[in-house]
Design a protein around this ligand. Structure first.
Ligand code: BES
Ligand code: MN
Ligand code: ZN
Length: 515
């Protein structure tokens, strides 16, 4: 799939289709006026009659037409309604682009040129980026295990017309970022969609090593059972005890800053390649979806790929905490008391609250990097789905600035996240009678008490926790990983790189919003 931005006159393009934006107001673009003239006023009549609609997201195809000058317009025209020009922001542009790409795929169009960027040239970065991300999302199929592979799409090229050199350079930057983010999302989805009989902690480690071969700037190391034992990561190890698959923590190190000792941004992903619940076993219905309990780790994988591809000028460490939670003769049990790497003791109430046990040791481990910030992402609690549904990732942490920056990035990337409170009132709920804390404390505020548990292990640095239980995958007819929150995190790291270096993406409206 090829994308480009060009200073061109779209009506003269030799592509199979030209996409023309129509506004929900009397005044239309110069391109619409030009086409109207060529077609003896047919187009303005169709708009007036409502057959070509300017309503946001409405599409109308017009097939090759004989023209006034005895030639014919060879391309199909796809009119796309864009609403009112003064309301055309990055959310409306997304709706318009979704409608365009859906039509292009349905009609098997191969090559396209598009004038959408002309509506609001200051949105050129956003629109260009959205075109790539949306096309990538709509064309994605996980058919590795299908005998009948999904048919290949025809769509092969999209050219975006730009009105001036500023719009052009912003669009080019949007295309670049879009491509990197889209590829990262695809990588995350494909890793996350792998079933647990293939994707175990060793598989995560192997994929990590492979990524390190592709990008030599990524240093990859793996800590197996022996290394984790030496480090006294007993909570992490306890979770893995019931499984025949060894728990392995895979660590990426990327030093992109000029100062190799600059404090790194650290990402930690929950990598439960399967969560049966262990001895506190889960009900059968929907248990298959617990293969997605490693979406946090898969997110780290995708983000590290994007970071290496963009060569961001900051230092970043990524951790995939790979492990499998199974019942069995060696499995840990409710009532067990575990001494974590930090020394804090934990009474196990429920072996299904395993994510926090794996994460607490991984979070203790990363303190050795003297991190600028630590962000963990985890499919941690079913309660997060009750609280925020499938639209918002839950954000909690110990640093309001960091949380605000993440929420801002989530809005910019349209990968939504919402902050939940974790004040001390909740901490009492995880007190144990026989250990320092317990790993489960009932239904009430389940997402927050899980974050409270983690907060006991993150006191030495700035930390945020993303609960992605509701956003990392979809159930039902469209069952599959979503690739969230890759876009949110890449956006955050882009913003941080920009603040640190001031050289990236100056034209982008997206970036100006941060300052
Ligand atoms: N991986 C699950 C959380 C989950 C459940 C995510 C369903 C998405 C859909 C996690 O390990 C878990 O089992 N959490 C328990 C915690 C409880 C025992 C305190 C939960 O949410 O029920
Ligand atoms: Mn669980
Ligand atoms: Zn889990």
């Amino acid at each position: 799939m090829k994308f480009s931005a060009k200073n061109i006159n779209i009506s003269k393009q030799k592509t199979d289709c030209i996409v023309v934006s129509v506004m929900a107001e009397p005044s239309q673009s110069p391109l619409v006026m030009e086409l109207d003239k060529l077609t003896h006023g047919t187009i303005s009549q169709l708009i007036k009659a409502g057959d070509i609609s300017g309503e946001l997201g409405k599409t109308t195809f017009l097939y090759p037409l004989p023209l006034a000058n005895n030639e014919s317009l060879k391309a199909k025209i796809l009119f796309v309604g864009c609403g009112r020009a003064d309301k055309f922001d990055h959310l409306n542009s997304k709706k318009a682009i979704q409608a365009i790409v859906k039509e292009l795929l349905a009609k098997n169009i191969k090559t396209v040129s598009c004038d959408l960027l002309a509506i609001n040239p200051s949105l050129s970065y956003d629109c260009a980026r959205q075109f790539v991300e949306i096309t990538n999302q709509m064309m994605y199929r996980f058919d590795e295990f299908k005998s009948d592979k999904a048919p290949k799409w025809s769509l092969s090229e999209i050219i975006l017309a730009c009105s001036d050199k500023y719009a052009l350079s912003a669009a080019n930057e949007g295309l670049l970022h879009g491509q990197v983010i889209a590829q990262a999302i695809t990588a995350t989805k494909t890793l996350a969609n792998m079933p647990s009989n293939i994707c175990n902690a060793q598989y995560l480690a192997d994929q990590g090593k492979q990524l390190g071969k592709t990008y030599p700037k990524l240093k990859v190391s793996c800590l197996g059972e022996k290394a984790l034992t030496k480090l006294k990561m007993n909570a992490y190890l306890a979770v893995g005890r019931g499984s025949a698959n060894e728990p392995i923590m895979t660590v990426f190190e990327y030093f992109g800053a000029t100062d190799k000792h600059a404090q790194p941004y650290v990402l930690v992903g929950k990598g439960l390649t399967f969560d049966s619940g262990g001895i506190s076993i889960k009900p059968a219905a929907g248990m298959d979806e617990m293969k997605y309990d490693m979406c946090g780790a898969a997110t780290v994988y995708g983000v590290m790929q994007a970071v290496a591809e963009l060569e961001l000028p900051i230092n970043i460490v990524g951790v995939m905490a790979g492990c499998e939670n199974m019942p069995g003769g060696h499995a840990y049990r409710p009532g067990d008391i575990l001494t974590t790497m930090s020394g804090t003791t934990v009474e196990v109430i429920n072996t299904d609250a395993e994510g926090r046990l794996v994460l607490c040791d991984a979070l203790t481990y990363v303190a050795r990097y003297n991190p600028a910030v630590v962000i963990d992402m985890a499919t941690l609690t079913g309660a997060c789905i009750v609280a925020l549904g499938h639209h918002y990732t839950g954000i909690m942490g110990n640093d309001d600035t960091l949380i605000d920056e993440l929420v801002t990035a989530s809005n910019q990337a349209d990968d939504k996240a919402w902050a939940l409170p974790i004040d001390n009132d909740f901490q009492d709920q995880i007190k144990s009678t026989c250990a320092d804390i317990m790993n489960s404390s009932g239904r009430d505020g389940g997402t927050i008490t899980a974050a409270c548990f983690l907060s006991r292990f993150t006191e030495s640095y700035r930390w945020a926790h993303l609960d992605i239980a509701g956003t990392a995958w979809q159930s039902g007819a469209h069952k599959g990983a979503t690739g969230r929150p890759v876009a949110l995190l890449v956006q955050y790291l882009l913003n941080q790189s920009f603040l640190n270096q001031g050289s990236l993406n100056k034209n982008s409206l997206n970036q100006t919003k941060v300052n």
